[in-house]
Design a protein around this ligand. Structure first.
Ligand code: ATP
Ligand code: MG
Length: 216
């Protein structure tokens, strides 16, 4: 479903990614480990089409991402891809329910379906009593769970997650890891997760480590 070929990325003198190849099969869970500064976020941004490599190419569903431009690229992202960022990027002026619904409003004409689905996801993530809170009225872990619900609203085929349990306590981490496993089984959704949390190994079909620009 996703193929990365010969991906390299430098930031000035810093060689962050050095000729990385990765193949992610549809319906699989892939986790990528690495120390702070190893290039995990950089790699995830490139794999998820949000950033461009200096060299190499990304194909999703046999479509070369570099060939998608403008509206085509944004439609592709909105419909097929879910993102959970290391920093949550929630919109401060919207409440929890609205933040989760926004990508759904863009891609679906049925707002009440979107809202019901959002409520369902938020319930699963233990946030039913926070629907009207604004992001600045939430704890870090609650914000993270809102971002998780938002990433799932359009039932994307592939979800990219950057340290998704970084702000969660052990109990909420476990809930999230179980939710991923459940969605993966039920909806055959594909997950690519970069993290320090070794608990993800248990549910991963493949695990890699990024070190000195290489993926092993
Ligand atoms: N826009 C940028 N300009 C210059 N250097 C950058 C930029 N983005 C990242 N870097 C550098 O590239 C390296 C990899 O950064 P990256 O964010 O991918 O690390 P990471 O593995 O996600 O780390 P962490 O676990 O701390 O989130 C770091 O040394 C960082 O300082
Ligand atoms: Mg990072």
């Amino acid at each position: 479903m996703l193929t990365a070929k010969n991906i390299s990325k430098n930031f000035g003198e810093i060689k962050v990614l050095d000729n990385i190849n990765l193949n992610v099969e549809k319906g699989s869970i892939v986790s990528i480990y690495g120390s702070s500064g190893a290039g995990k976020s950089t790699l995830l941004y490139i794999l998820s089409t949000l950033d461009k490599p200096d060299k190499g190419e990304i194909q999703i569903d046999n479509l070369s991402i570099s060939e998608l431009k403008g509206d085509k690229l944004s439609d592709f992202r909105n419909d097929k891809v879910g993102f959970i960022f290391q920093f949550h990027n929630l919109l401060d002026e919207f409440n929890v329910l609205e933040n989760v619904c926004l990508p759904g409003y863009v891609s679906s004409s049925n707002n009440s379906d979107t809202e019901n689905k959002a409520k369902e996801l938020l319930k699963e993530l233990g946030l039913s009593s926070r629907l009207n809170h604004k992001p600045n009225q939430l704890s870090g872990g609650e914000q993270q769970r809102v971002a998780i619900a938002r990433s799932l609203i359009n039932s994307p085929e592939i979800i990219f997650a950057d340290e998704p349990t970084g702000n969660l306590d052990a109990k909420n981490s476990k809930t999230f890891i179980e939710l991923i496993k459940k969605l993966n089984k039920k909806m055959n959704q594909t997950f690519v997760i970069v993290t320090h949390n070794k608990e993800f190994i248990k549910i991963s079909d493949k695990s890699y480590t990024i070190q000195k620009g290489k993926l092993n």
